[in-house]
Each structure stands twice: as structure tokens, then as C-alpha cells.
Design a protein around this ligand. Structure first.
Ligand SMILES: Cc1cc2nc3c(=O)[nH]c(=O)nc-3n(C[C@H](O)[C@H](O)[C@H](O)COP(=O)(O)OP(=O)(O)OC[C@H]3O[C@@H](n4cnc5c(N)ncnc54)[C@H](O)[C@@H]3O)c2cc1C
Length: 443
């Protein structure tokens, strides 16, 4: 059996590792020209779903390297107003599964570093600079992927792991559409120094901050502190483990604050998605006019080269389809808003679930089509929950900006959060809600 994966992103590479370790032939085709092309975002929170998938698919030493390259865990999640007034704080100890084995924990990861970890040792498996164009399924059950450079590759299963704009999905399930949420995010990165740390509200200097303003916009800060030099408990320091992998010299290991502001397209200029660099950083500042002066300074101090704008989309529900020799994992089939931090984790879970079933094909326990069908049935169940919950958390219907009702809705939101913050049982319930799609093994 040969598996062809289109896209060397989070899900595609996790699957590739899992298959190769299981002795199944795999080839990955990636459109990026090199392993360091692109910014690929800043921080991703790997949940127990994601960590268990990485543990299952990666070689144990590479999994230890993944753990060693993560930033320090958080102690606090705080929700604040745009003027830095605290509405609610939650200890990460209130979240289920924050302790225990690395595969059962939350991890703060620099996206670029995770990408480099996942490329490690896979040089013979990945072909860069290969943009997938279309595929053909043959009567003998094989499938051929064709690329823009005129090359092709034939195997027994084609896996579209090519992200939200998936060409595999467009050909295979053309009716699987996406909807714009009407929201746009601008993100950036500010190096963490004594000076910039003081620009953060005190409760989130070692944690995760969410800021809600009166116009329905919200901001986020994630502090990324790299614990270099700390013992991993396996006899070597993290620094030593990282130094063993030459590919990681391209990593993103400086302590920093990852920030973002999400706003309605109606508040942003029409060309927001075309803006970049200092212009984009300035726009983030303009959109947060009236926010605490320290927030504005934090944004102004950021690296203009690291600023990105993206429109936030969500996959529409798709009825079940008949399994074949083409399937998909990750954003390619279930793009979701970043609202619950579940996109990458669901992609990783897909990789693990598909790998587990392909191992059973290898062992003669399942036919290939039965394996694909079983994976797709399960994936549709947990991913539709994740898509729905992620949308619920990031769905701006404009209420906050309506006359009269707007200020009332903002007041109600703030009062509600303050009340929850004072009732431990309500806080725990909210924490469990956050984790539902991040630790969804039971779905
Ligand atoms: C601002 C933001 C914050 C987020 N935070 C979180 C978080 O905290 N936790 C979380 O779980 N998720 C988060 N997500 C979501 C997460 O980034 C994605 O869900 C995840 O990266 C999807 O993984 P994937 O493997 O499906 O696709 P990707 O990682 O996007 O990989 C797709 C790959 O396919 C390649 N490709 C695309 N087209 C082609 C082609 N035609 N031919 C060949 N290759 C191609 C791309 O270059 C890329 O390498 C966030 C997303 C955003 C936007």
C-alpha cells in the first residue's frame, strides 16, 4: 500500500510520520518551495487530542523533542476589558487535563518550530515545490495526483491535507463550501523584554489574555517563554535535545508575546487583507483606538515583518459521502474558526485515526475502503462538533454596535463574566466547556 499526502502541514506530517513508523509507504507533496518558506502563524495551543496524536505517530525521541521545544505552560487565563479591567481569571489548574504525562497536557508551541519538528527526519518522504493540481482515480483502484510542474505520483490512497483552500476538496467534494464569518484577524509578535512585559496586564504575564471591547472586537495575547536549559527528566537538557536536530536552527525560539485583534469586516478598511508590515501594525493600532495605552504600545513595539491579516472562515456542514481512494484530513475538510483553538488539534486527531485504520489494512484486518469509511464516519462526528463550537465562540452578529441594544449587550456580557468569575462551580463549568473540543476522545 502506498499513501500519497498532499500538504506537509500539521495533519499531513503527523500522518506521514505515523505511516512511516508503521512501515507503510508514504510520499508527501508540499507546495512551499523549502522547509522554511512562509510565516505559518505564531502560536498554536496543542491540546490533549493533539498531543496524543503526536505521541502515537512520532518516533519517541522526536516526540520528546516536540515537548522540549514548547514554551512554558500557562498558569492563568484572564478575560479583560479593552481598558485592562479584569472580568474573570481562571487558573489553568481549573482546566481538566493540564497535568500528567506530556501526551495528556496542553502545550504552547511556536508554529514554525512545530513545522520544523515535523519535517525532521522526513527528507526522503517530502517533495517541496510541488503544487497539487488535480487527481485521477483509475479502474484498477489506484489514484494518480498531478502537480503544476507537470509531475505526477500514483498510489493506493490520496489524502488531501492541503489546508483550508484545499484543491483536493474542490475536486472531490465541490459542494463542500465555506462561509465567511465576516471577521478578520490581525496578528503580530512582540519580543518579550522587561519593557514589553510591563505592557501586559499583570494576570497574563505568564498566561493567556482575552480582551473584549465595546464594539464587539476582541484581542488575544499569548506569552511564549522558552524553557531552555531545564531538565526534561530524560537525562539531557532541552537545549541539548534541540541541538541534536540541525533542522531546528530555523526555529522561532525567542521569548515573545503573540497578539491578535479580531474585528468585523465592517470596521476594517476594504483592503485589510492586502495590507502588510508596518502598515498592518498601524491598522491594528487604529482599530484599537481607545484601548489601554499599554496595549497600543505593545502593538507598536511589534516586529512589522511578522504581522499578518487573515479572514476567518468556517466549513459548511456536508452530508456523508461514499468512501473511495481519496480522503481528507484537517482544514481541508473541516476548516473552523480559531475560536476554540481546535483546528490543528482536530487535524492531528484525524491523522492518528486514519493511521490507526491504515495499520489495520496493512495487517489484513480491514479493506482500504472500509478503513477510509470508518475514519470518515468518526471524523465527521467529532469535527462537526468542533466546527460548530468554534463558530459559536467567534460569530459577530453586529449586536455590540447597534444603538441602545449594543451598550446593553456589552454590559450584560461583562456582568455575566464577572459573575462567573466569582462562582467557582460556574468557572469550572466554563473551563470544561473550553476543553470539550480540545480533549474530545469520548465523542
Ligand atoms: C490565527 C489562528 C490561530 C489558530 N490557533 C490555533 C490553536 O491554538 N490551536 C489549534 O488547534 N488550531 C489553531 N488554528 C488552526 C490551525 O492553524 C489549523 O487548523 C491547522 O494548521 C490545520 O492543519 P492542516 O494540516 O489541516 O493544514 P495546514 O497546517 O494549513 O497545512 C496545509 C499544507 O498544505 C500545503 N498546501 C496547500 N495547498 C497545496 C497544494 N495545492 N499542493 C501542495 N501543498 C499544498 C500548505 O502549504 C500547507 O503546508 C489557528 C488558526 C488561525 C488562523
Amino acid at each position: 500500500m502506498k499513501v500519497i499526502i498532499v500538504g506537509a502541514g500539521t495533519g499531513g506530517m503527523c500522518l506521514a510520520h505515523g505511516l512511516r513508523r508503521a512501515g507503510i509507504e508514504v510520499a508527501v507533496h508540499e507546495r512551499d518551495r523549502t522547509r522554511t518558506t512562509g510565516l505559518h502563524g505564531y502560536r498554536v495551543g496543542i491540546s490533549p487530542n493533539g498531543a496524543r496524536a503526536l505521541k502515537a505517530c512520532l518516533d519517541p525521541e522526536l516526540f520528546a523533542t516536540f515537548v522540549a521545544t514548547t514554551a512554558a505552560p500557562y498558569d492563568t487565563l484572564a478575560m479583560l476589558t479593552e481598558r485592562y479591567r479584569t472580568l474573570l481569571t481562571m487558573s489553568f489548574d481549573d482546566l481538566p487535563h493540564t497535568g500528567g504525562a506530556p501526551e495528556d497536557r496542553e502545550h504552547n508551541v511556536s508554529r514554525m518550530t512545530l513545522r520544523q519538528v515535523l519535517f525532521t527526519g522526513m527528507e526522503d518522504v517530502i517533495a517541496f515545490d510541488r503544487r497539487f493540481a488535480h487527481y485521477e482515480q483509475h479502474p484498477d483502484g489506484r489514484v494518480t495526483a498531478f502537480f503544476d510542474d507537470g509531475s505526477s505520483d500514483t498510489g493506493d490512497l490520496l489524502v488531501g491535507a492541503d489546508g483550508a483552500g484545499s484543491r483536493v476538496r474542490r475536486q472531490y467534494l465541490p459542494h463542500a463550501t465555506h462561509t465567511e464569518t465576516g471577521l478578520v484577524g490581525i496578528g503580530g509578535k512582540t519580543l518579550l523584554t522587561g519593557g514589553t512585559e510591563a505592557l501586559l496586564p499583570e494576570p497574563v504575564r505568564n498566561g493567556f489574555g482575552m480582551y473584549f471591547d465595546r464594539r464587539g472586537q476582541f484581542g488575544i495575547t499569548h506569552v511564549m517563554r522558552m524553557p531552555w536549559g531545564t531538565s526534561t527528566g530524560v537525562g539531557v537538557t532541552e537545549r541539548e535535545l534541540v541541538d541534536r536536530w540541525p533542522g531546528l536552527r530555523f526555529d522561532n525560539t525567542t521569548d515573545h508575546v503573540s497578539w491578535a485583534i479580531t474585528t468585523s469586516r465592517t470596521l476594517a478598511p476594504a483592503d485589510v487583507l492586502e495590507r502588510e508590515g508596518a502598515d498592518l501594525v498601524a491598522l491594528a493600532g487604529e482599530l484599537s483606538a481607545g484601548w489601554d495605552a499599554r496595549w497600543l504600545e505593545l502593538i507598536a513595539a511589534s516586529d512589522p515583518g511578522a504581522a499578518v491579516a487573515l479572514s476567518i472562515r468556517t466549513a459548511d456542514p456536508v452530508p456523508a459521502w461514499t468512501p473511495s481512494t481519496v480522503t481528507m484530513i484537517g482544514d481541508a475538510i473541516h476548516t473552523m474558526t480559531p475560536g476554540r483553538g481546535a483546528g490543528a488539534n482536530t487535524a492531528l486527531r484525524d491523522a492518528r485515526e486514519l493511521r490507526d485504520r491504515l495499520v489495520r489494512v496493512r495487517d489484513g484486518e480491514l479493506s482500504l475502503l472500509a478503513a477510509v469509511g470508518e475514519y470518515e464516519d468518526l471524523m465527521r462526528r467529532y469535527s462537526s462538533l468542533a466546527v460548530r463550537e468554534s463558530l459559536e465562540f467567534m460569530n459577530d452578529d453586529g449586536t455590540a454596535r447597534r444603538p441602545l441594544i449594543g451598550p446593553l449587550s456589552v454590559l450584560a456580557q461583562r456582568t455575566g463574566l464577572r459573575v462567573v468569575g466569582r462562582i467557582p462551580a460556574a468557572k469550572r463549568r466554563m473551563a470544561r466547556g473550553f476543553q470539550k473540543v480540545r480533549d474530545s476522545e469520548l465523542v
